[in-house]
Design a binder for this molecule. Sequence first.
Ligand code: CA
Ligand code: CA
Length: 96
Amino acid sequence: MIAYLGKGSRELAAKEKMKLLFEAFDSDGGGNLDVEELTEGLQTFDIYLTKQQVKALMPDTDVDGDGVVSFEEFIAQIEEVILKEWFENEHRYVPA
Ligand SMILES: [Ca+2]
Ligand SMILES: [Ca+2]
């Protein structure tokens, strides 16, 4: 996945998309995602977790432990759980 993202202009496009995605999650525009925003954001990907379940995942995602997910933390986690499938789908429909 890292190697995939590292390919030239595609890397830029990917970062740009992740930024947009992050901003879509960040409904209060504060630059961090709290449990509530994550829970609602994941639902747009048809991933239905309860707040308790999201909270249980936070230690994995919230690397610096401040209780919210920064853009960097978001990128690291989203690569694993969502983005892979997202890009695979995109590739299927829009061949490079
Ligand atoms: Ca927020
Ligand atoms: Ca954090």
